[in-house]
Design a protein around this ligand. Structure first.
Ligand SMILES: [Zn+2]
Length: 413
């Protein structure tokens, strides 16, 4: 696909190089309807979601009366395809069995250790035939993304599960909190396009406009999660009020994963810890801790064993560099960390660990000073030392080859 399509397809840049154009169109229909129903404030963290596919809005009587055509307009791309094949009477071999269909002994055995911090999600993904996330959630992740795919979602969910088992949390959380946290973890990057917010802004992507350039991706993940939950009917048995509360709280958790807001969350966390005033009997405090836990789960890759952590580092860098390649090709200005000519995995990881991961996990360990926290900090230290070792070697090699050309030159600050 060429640049024309990128700029023309205001809806389409999200998957400019994939076959998901139809999905975007379907999603856009949903979003446009949303936009026409209510204006969008830039700050929506505490509000009930306005997003509402009108059909599913009020009650089940309306749901029953919707036509097949209307229902299909609300489906995600993959399910849309499947349903249109169904309506056309075409049956296709199911290439994406959910967990139960293709569940072998090894995967089952592994799942018993899902609360273990050394859990190898990549192995689990292979054992389950690429269904680590399971259920309908993984269909709304883009498997072509090197990093932001269903395996990352499964990994974050597994980490969240570990945090929920920590004594301070397990003693105070309600079943509602646990359910909410796991759903938010599983859906926190739903329909991620594999490019970052600055890219969406500079390509005039419709999502950037829709969310006024603020937490664009996170808002989209949340709205996608809400759409998915409504479509699934998972909470159809709950009252409208409770469903709305669930959706709003899922939004609070997902929006907290916006890394550009990290300092605000971190200083709030730090102040609470300094004052020692966190009271987990208080629902607001509990939900704040769940936000912090999800933030930790989302960026815990450097706290895993080196073997796992290294794979994640390679995947995320691949995604960054892919974005950089597109930016170069279309003269969009290469985003920081995205230039494969000047960046290295080691540099990216060292910066990421120093400025984002270490400060967050240091506070988390103050809050929950357990063996798990010490294990995570231990891996973090070792992994950083490994990357620093690689970086030194590289610099020495570069220095030996061309003494005047430092690898730092030309790197965006
Ligand atoms: Zn994530």
């Amino acid at each position: 696909m060429g640049i024309c399509e990128i700029s023309l397809a205001r809806r389409g840049a999200i998957s400019y190089d994939s076959s998901d154009q139809t999905a975007l169109y379907i999603r856009m229909l949903g979003d446009v309807r949303v936009r026409s129903r209510a204006g969008f404030e830039t700050e929506r963290r505490d509000s009930h979601p306005y997003i509402d596919f009108r059909i599913f809005h009020s009650n089940s009587e309306i749901e029953v009366s919707v036509s097949a055509r209307n229902v299909r307009r609300l489906l995600s791309f993959q399910r849309y395809l499947r349903s249109s094949r169904f309506f056309r009477g075409i049956t296709v071999p199911n290439s994406s069995n959910i967990l139960d269909d293709d569940y072998n002994g090894q995967a089952k055995c592994m799942l018993e250790k899902v609360g273990n911090w050394n859990f190898d999600i990549f192995l689990f993904d292979r054992l389950t035939n690429g269904n680590a996330m399971g259920f309908m959630v993984q269909e709304d992740y883009h498997s072509q993304n090197p990093y932001h795919n269903a395996v990352h979602a499964a990994d974050v969910t597994q980490a969240m599960h570990c945090y929920l088992q920590e004594p301070k949390l397990s003693q105070s959380l309600t079943p509602w909190d646990v359910l909410l946290s796991l759903i938010a973890a599983a859906t926190h990057d739903l329909d991620h396009p594999g490019v970052n917010q600055p890219f969406l802004i500079k390509t005039n992507h419709y999502l950037a406009t829709l969310y006024k350039n603020t937490s664009v991706l996170e808002n989209h993940h949340w709205r996608s999660a809400v759409g998915l939950l409504r479509e699934s009917g998972l909470f159809a048995h709950m009252s409208l009020e409770n469903r709305q509360l669930m959706e709003s709280q899922i939004g609070d958790l997902i929006l907290a994963t916006d890394i550009s807001q990290q300092n605000e969350y971190l200083s709030m966390f730090r102040s609470h810890l300094d004052r020692g005033d966190l009271c987990l009997e208080d629902a607001n405090h509990r939900h704040f801790i769940l936000q912090m836990a999800l933030k930790c789960a989302d960026i815990c890759n450097p706290c895993r064993t080196w073997e796992l952590s290294k794979q994640w580092s390679e995947k995320v860098t691949e995604e960054f560099f892919h974005q950089g390649d597109i930016e170069k090709k279309y003269h969009l200005g290469v985003s920081p960390l995205c230039d494969r000519q000047t960046e290295t995995i080691a540099n990216i990881q060292i910066g990421f660990m120093t400025y984002l991961v270490e400060p967050l996990f240091a506070e988390w360990a103050r809050f929950s000073n357990t063996r798990l926290s010490q294990t995570m900090l231990g891996h973090l230290g070792l992994n950083k030392a490994s990357w620093q070792g690689q970086q030194r070697e590289r610099e020495q090699r570069a220095g030996a080859a061309a003494p005047r050309l430092l690898p730092q030159e030309g790197r965006p600050s």
